[in-house]
Structure formats: structure tokens, C-alpha cells
Design a protein around this ligand. Structure first.
Ligand code: L3W
Ligand code: SF4
Length: 444
């Protein structure tokens, strides 16, 4: 069992209450930071820790905090992105539901570091039951003097609000989230300016994922240097993974970054191997927005090295500039899964969720969905495969927000790694549309 930073006490009965949470060391970071550290010292510890954003992009949290503009007389905000909607991602919901005070503690310590006196948790609209859990915990924190005026007699004030979204995936994009929080339609803004300069209500704002914020108390309690010792290379600390698909033990696992992917899939401590002893076909390591990797590339890189659960190791060899660790949604496909059907399913999702502001995304996601639909339903043409690649290329890098790239990558990577499966669908349409029909060529 590796070190547990976020989930050590997650199964303690009553941990969702302030009383039990405090008995297990809860809110120590608030006492330490507010009474013995300056805000800049907290920022320095987070920088030293090497903590990277857990929402998908892996951007260094301390660096983001140090970008926060501090004009005189202008309020600053911390906004927690709890709009978890990425297909395959359910770590933040699980975490908030089980241990809401961990997030609230992280919000107080982080808001203090940033000089924010009003902060928000923007939560996915479908998670009303989690919103109620958070609101109850926030009320307990106010009653105990951990929120509100003059927290623990330190002179620092913080008001914390929970705001539900309306259920649109795009509101998880940080600038769309801010628009939504301001009461407007959740359309992404052009960047720059980044939220750190002009964010909520045009004020400097930091937007961080739930898990990133919840990692801060441990860093404050133990020091950034201790955190940096956990993990490997530039992938420091622990990370939550939402594991789903054809595995024996789906669920949320906290791992020290650097565990070999093979161990993660097959060990009983984590995914427990492929369901019913079937053969592994492919893995989407970081949520539907990242490329799919075939079985032969998920445990070893093209150079034959062990692939590790890190930001650096999980890439598909230059196809995507960023990491494929993404939001930590580890989706496993066994030999009975159809890649074409799955790719169409993703395309349908992105088409539905596109906000429609930019033409490449608005039109391109629709075209990809239609072409994939016809291939999956036995009406594909040979040229459709290159057409899909061409549309994906024209979307990538040409849109306001990353939803365009997120729609293009799964399609382009599925074709890159499973082209023969697409060709089989087109050449054998009557066979391919039979219920349960799967191309098994690449498994031989
Ligand atoms: C100030 C600069 N700030 C960058 C900040 C920026 C943002 C962060 C990362 O997308 C990915 C996306 C999804 N001055 C700055 C700066 N920043 N340069 O750093 O920015 P960026 O643009 O690299 O990414 P992003 O817009 O945050 C996130 C991918 O995550 N994803 C989806 C996740 C979905 C969920 C969910 O449902 N919970 O997490 C999965 O892989 O495709 O590529 O804060 O402001 N010069
Ligand atoms: Fe909207 Fe898509 Fe453009 Fe993002 S890329 S702003 S979702 S149209």
C-alpha cells in the first residue's frame, strides 16, 4: 500500500462530520497557515511541492498561483472547479461525497494564500446530493469559526459559497465556468487574458480542480519538499484515478505517481485485472478527451520502456503535445469492445456538448459524428477514414477552448491505432452491424 494523502481517512465512519474530521487531524493546515505562515510562504510551499493541476492539463499549481495579479483595491477569487463531467471521471464526486471537509480545508488554506476573501465551489448541476453534503459541512465550518469573519482569531475573513452548474460539460472549461458563475451562458472566453489576470467579475481569479485544492493541506502540514519526494520526476505526489470499463475492480484509487501501468491494471490492489480473464484491447488513460492507446502500447512505450502512471510516461509518442494522464479517468476495453462504436459514442458526446462559438468545433464535431455513425451502421465509404482524419486535423488547434482538441484526439488516435478495424467495418458492413460483432484482427 502506497502513501495515502487524500484518502487516508476516507472510509472512517462519520468523516463527513466536522467532529470526526477534526479528530483525525482535520483543519490543522488552517491553524498552521493562518497563525504561523504568511500567504506568500504558503504559495512557496505549494511551488516547492511540484503539485500539478489534477483537472486535466497538469499545469503547475504553485506557478498558476504566482501568476495571480494583485492590483490595489481589487478583490481576488479562488474558484474550485467541481464541474466534473468528463466521460469516465468520477474521482471528485467520490471525494467530495465522502470527505467534504477535506475540500473545505483546502479552500480555506488556499484562499488565504491567494488573498481571496470570497471563494466558490462550482459543482456539476447533476450532483445536487453532493452540493447538500458540502453545504452542511460549510455550515459546520462557519459555526466553528473556520469560515466567516476573523477565522480562528487570525484577522483573516473568508466566505465560501457552493454554486451548481446547469449540467453542461463545457462549463468545466475554466472561462466558461466563470461566465456561468456570473450568471451568463457558459461560453468559453478567449485566452489571454488568463483568469489569473481577468477572471470572475473581471477580477484576478485562480481556478483549481477539487483534487488540487484538497492536496494543499498535506503540503502545508508536511512541507512542499516532503510532497516533492513522493512520486517520480516532475510527477510529484499522489493522484486519484477513476477506473472503469472491463476490469474486475472498478472504483477510485489513490496512487503514488510512478506506479507501472501494467501493475495498475493487473494488481489486486488496483484494477484487479481484466474482467472474466479476457484479453486487454485498449485503454483510455485520462478521460474521453485523451487519445486511446492499444494494448501493445499501454504497458510499454514504442521504445520498449515500461509505461508509468505519470504525466510524462503517458503520452502516445508525440501525437498530443500534452499528457494523456488527463483527469485520471482510466477506461479499460477488453477484446469484446468495438473501437468504431466507442469512437462514434465519444463523437456524439462532443457534438452535443460543443457550445457552437467556433466553426471548426461546431461543424467539425457534427461531421465526425455523422461519418462515424454511417461507418458503424454499415454505410461507410473507404474515403471516410481519411475524411475523418482531415476533419480532426482541421479542428485541432483552431478553436477557442480545448473542447475542439478533445473531440479531435479520440477520433484521430482511434484511426491511427485501429485503422484496420475501421476498414473492416467498411468492407464487411453486413457482418459489422450484427449485434455483438467485433473485429479481432489486431488481437491475434
Ligand atoms: C496564467 C499563463 N495562467 C496557462 C493556466 C490556465 C489553466 C491552466 C491550464 O484544459 C485540459 C483540457 C481537457 N498565465 C497561463 C495560465 N495558464 N497558461 O493553466 O491551462 P490549459 O490551457 O493548458 O488547459 P485547460 O484549459 O485547463 C484542461 C483536459 O484537461 N481534460 C478534461 C478534463 C475534464 C475534467 C472534468 O470533467 N473534471 O477535468 C482531460 O484530459 O481536454 O486539455 O488554468 O488558465 N500564461
Ligand atoms: Fe465552444 Fe467548441 Fe469553440 Fe470550445 S472549441 S469555444 S466548445 S465551439
Amino acid at each position: 500500500m502506497g502513501i495515502k494523502i487524500l484518502t487516508e481517512h476516507i472510509n472512517v465512519p462519520g468523516i463527513e462530520t466536522l467532529e470526526v474530521y477534526r479528530k483525525h487531524g482535520g483543519y490543522r493546515s488552517v491553524e498552521k497557515a493562518l497563525k504561523t505562515m504568511s500567504p506568500d510562504e504558503v504559495v512557496e510551499e505549494v511551488k516547492t511541492s511540484g503539485l500539478r493541476g489534477r483537472g486535466g492539463a497538469g499545469f503547475p499549481t504553485g506557478m498558476k498561483w504566482s501568476f495571480l495579479a494583485k492590483p490595489e483595491g481589487v478583490p481576488r477569487y479562488l474558484v474550485c472547479n467541481a464541474d466534473e463531467s468528463e466521460p469516465g471521471t468520477f474521482k471528485d464526486r467520490y471525494f467530495m461525497e465522502k470527505t467534504p471537509h477535506s475540500l473545505i480545508e483546502g479552500m480555506i488554506t488556499s484562499s488565504y494564500a491567494l488573498g481571496a476573501n470570497t471563494s466558490y465551489i462550482y459543482i456539476r448541476g447533476e450532483l445536487m446530493f453532493v452540493l447538500r453534503i458540502l453545504e452542511k459541512a460549510i455550515a459546520e465550518a462557519y459555526a466553528a469559526g473556520l469560515l466567516g469573519k476573523n477565522i480562528l482569531g487570525s484577522g483573516y475573513d473568508l466566505d465560501l459559497h457552493v454554486a451548481p452548474g446547469g449540467g453542461a460539460y463545457i462549463c468545466g472549461e475554466e472561462t466558461a465556468l466563470l461566465e456561468s458563475l456570473e450568471g451568463k451562458r457558459g461560453n468559453p472566453r478567449n485566452k489571454p487574458p488568463f483568469p489569473a489576470v481577468k477572471g470572475l467579475f473581471a477580477s484576478p481569479t485562480v481556478v483549481n480542480n477539487v483534487e488540487s485544492i484538497a492536496s494543499v493541506p498535506w503540503i502545508v502540514n508536511n512541507g512542499g519538499a516532503e510532497y516533492a519526494k513522493i512520486g517520480i520526476g516532475r510527477s510529484t505526489g499522489t493522484k486519484l484515478f477513476s477506473c472503469s470499463g472491463n476490469i474486475n475492480k472498478p472504483g477510485v484509487y489513490e496512487i503514488e505517481l510512478g506506479v507501472p501501468v501494467e501493475e495498475f491494471i493487473y494488481s489486486d490492489e488496483y484494477c484487479g485485472g481484466i474482467w472474466k480473464g479476457k484479453q486487454l484491447k485498449a485503454v483510455v488513460p485520462g478521460g474521453s478527451s485523451v487519445p486511446i492507446l492499444p494494448a501493445n502500447l499501454i504497458t510499454k512505450t514504442a521504445a520498449g520502456e515500461d509505461r508509468l502512471m505519470t504525466y510524462e510516461s503517458l503520452s502516445d509518442g508525440g501525437f498530443v503535445s500534452g499528457s494523456m494522464l488527463g483527469s485520471g479517468a482510466f477506461i479499460v476495453f477488453d477484446e469484446d469492445q468495438c473501437i468504431v462504436r466507442n469512437t462514434w459514442n465519444y463523437a456524439r458526446f462532443y457534438h452535443h456538448e460543443s457550445c457552437g462559438q467556433c466553426s471548426p468545433c461546431r461543424e467539425g464535431t457534427g461531421w465526425m459524428e455523422k461519418v462515424l455513425h454511417r461507418i458503424e451502421h454499415g454505410h461507410g465509404h473507404q474515403q471516410d477514414i481519411d475524411l475523418l482524419v482531415s476533419v480532426a486535423k482541421q479542428i485541432e488547434g483552431n478553436t477557442i477552448c480545448p473542447l475542439g482538441d478533445a473531440a479531435a484526439w479520440p477520433v484521430a488516435s482511434a484511426i491511427r491505432h485501429f485503422r484496420d478495424e475501421f476498414e473492416w467495418h467498411i468492407k464487411h458492413p453486413k457482418e459489422a452491424i450484427l449485434p455483438g460483432a467485433v473485429y479481432r484482427g489486431q488481437l491475434a
